[in-house]
Design a protein around this ligand. Sequence first.
Ligand SMILES: Cc1cc2nc3c(=O)[nH]c(=O)nc-3n(C[C@H](O)[C@H](O)[C@H](O)COP(=O)(O)O)c2cc1C
Length: 204
Amino acid sequence: MSTPGTSTRRPAHSIESFFVDRWSPRSLLPEPIAEENLLSLFEATRWAPSSYNNQPWRFLYARRETEAWPLFFNLLVEQNQGWAKNAAVLILVVSNKKFDHNGKDAPTHSFDAGAAWQNLALQAWLKGYVAHGMQGFDYERAQKELEIPDDFKVEAMIALGRQGPKESLPAALQEKEEPNQRRPLSATIAEGKFTSSLVHAEKK
Ligand SMILES: Cc1cc2nc3c(=O)[nH]c(=O)nc-3n(C[C@H](O)[C@H](O)[C@H](O)COP(=O)(O)O)c2cc1C
């Protein structure tokens, strides 16, 4: 099991260690999360910045072994079900496409929801939990089956839980169960106009 500070990730410039220590394991322990801890993670999302302070993020969730669980779990693609079955909570991130103050389109609703999810992910990591983002689920069915109004966009799902031993994963997933790397900063930033170095940037 990887613990904070022992991963092979090395930042190229000085940053707080939790940014590099956080990663997305798939091996989770099949145990519930205390209500107080879950609320603490959602609390972290409240303090994310957003355009006009509109706070467009919304979170629907299902705790394991509750009535709502199958509704969420059955949305996942088979590959994600294979490991996310052990999550303590499955969370669906939704964002409001309109501003509350004037009903007009909010161009940054997804951007703002992304900031809120990152708050949750980092707070989870700092509390000893894993928050693993997922795109592998049926977006249309989520919108319909969870009765999400048209003004709200389904953004992503999150599997939340305590990290478990790598050995409990199927062999193919065990191979991938380690922190990955990042492309260099030079392929991500440009002072001034867009440059060719930003196109099709290599991953590492
Ligand atoms: C929005 C989003 C969707 C993702 N979808 C999946 C997914 O469906 N299945 C999966 O196993 N991992 C998924 N991931 C995990 C990413 O592959 C992972 O975050 C990325 O490789 C970076 O690794 P790290 O989170 O360990 O730093 C997703 C992550 C995000 C943020």
